[in-house]
Design a protein around this ligand. Structure first.
Ligand SMILES: [Ca+2]
Ligand SMILES: [Ca+2]
Ligand SMILES: [Ca+2]
Length: 314
């Protein structure tokens, strides 16, 4: 499925330089971004205490405990979201605030725990070169381990039977040195030793995806479902060429990928223990995470495959 990685169309009139990189950005923290996100229900701080409003919400004061501020049929002093319509009165994490008016559930990658938090993927690097008098696309590919060592994921529940999901940020361990032989027409062009460092993926559109769940499971403290679409992301990091046996084609050095647009694959989501734990299981070795020309010399980098398990905690 990875054959023919010399894709047409995008190559520029390159000088044959093959040197890539992916670049670290000063990314906003997921928490900051979360509070800015459209439709997020409150901040991600779980400082629920000290509220003065009936129902525990300081932003929802009213004077009549026996009234029905939001008209959902539940009187104010019994309503776990007194200012928002939620006749079902769901409270997934049992903190006294209903799903509809509660903060999003915020999960953190605490520590890489391979094989959990290890995503398998493949890097394909290609460029246009002159070989035996012909201009051809030359490529190499190598597997990289993507071990998640930090980041934040949010899950937002509302009145529907669908949870909003936002992989706000994932930070990955450096890949370690990989070898990459670029060849074309049977001719080895350059043999590189490379490493991807400081790799970070950010979800660029909060809650652009989600997953459906069963109300019965919700009542039992469990949400399970399949993500309903690819999540838009931006990728940052450094692609470092450590050694090269053909420095006229590719000198050692670092290339930045700064905000390369891509997508995270669909996967199976489990939120268990009434919201304490979160897991996503990906199994799509053919999914193209991104496919971009990343340098002026026309180097094209593809990241292919999402396969692995991410386990997070609140
Ligand atoms: Ca009410
Ligand atoms: Ca209500
Ligand atoms: Ca709650």
């Amino acid at each position: 499925m990875l054959g023919g990685c010399g894709g047409p169309g995008e190559e520029t009139e390159g000088d044959g330089t093959i040197g890539l990189t992916i670049g670290v950005s000063a990314s906003a923290s997921a928490s900051e971004s979360a509070s800015e996100s459209e439709g997020a229900t409150g901040s991600t701080d779980s400082t629920d205490g000290g509220s003065t409003g009936i129902g525990g919400d300081p932003e929802c004061p009213f004077s009549d405990p026996g009234g029905d501020e939001d008209g959902d049929g539940v009187v104010n002093d019994a309503d776990i979201c007194p200012c928002e319509e939620d006749a079902a009165q769901r409270d997934f994490d049992a903190d006294g605030r209903g799903d509809v008016c509660d903060n999003a559930l915020l999960y953190a990658v605490t520590e890489g725990e391979a094989p959990a938090n290890l995503l398998k993927t493949l890097v394909i690097a290609s460029t246009t070169v002159e070989v035996l008098g012909q201009t051809v696309e030359a490529a190499c590919e190598f597997e990289i381990p993507m071990l998640a060592i930090g980041g934040e994921v949010l899950v937002r529940l509302g009145a529907s039977d669908r949870a909003g999901l936002w992989l706000a940020r994932l930070d990955f361990a450096d890949t370690g040195v990989r070898e990459c032989n670029i060849a074309a027409l049977g001719v080895e062009i350059v043999h590189l030793k490379v490493e991807l460092t400081d790799l970070t993926i950010e979800g660029t559109e909060p809650y652009a995806v989600g997953f459906p769940f069963s109300p019965g499971d919700h009542a039992a403290g469990l949400l399970e479902g399949e993500i309903d679409g690819p999540q838009p992301i931006a990728i940052y990091g450094n692609f470092v060429v450590l050694e090269s046996d053909n420095e006229s084609l590719s000198a050692p050095g670092t290339t930045e990928l700064s905000g390369i647009p891509g997508d995270f694959a669909r996967g199976a989501v489990t939120v268990s223990e009434s919201g304490e734990r979160f897991a996503t299981d990906w199994s799509d070795p053919d999914f193209v995470v991104f496919d971009q020309v990343v340098s002026e010399s026309g180097v094209r980098v593809q990241l292919v495959g999402m396969d692995g398990l991410l386990k997070l905690r609140r």
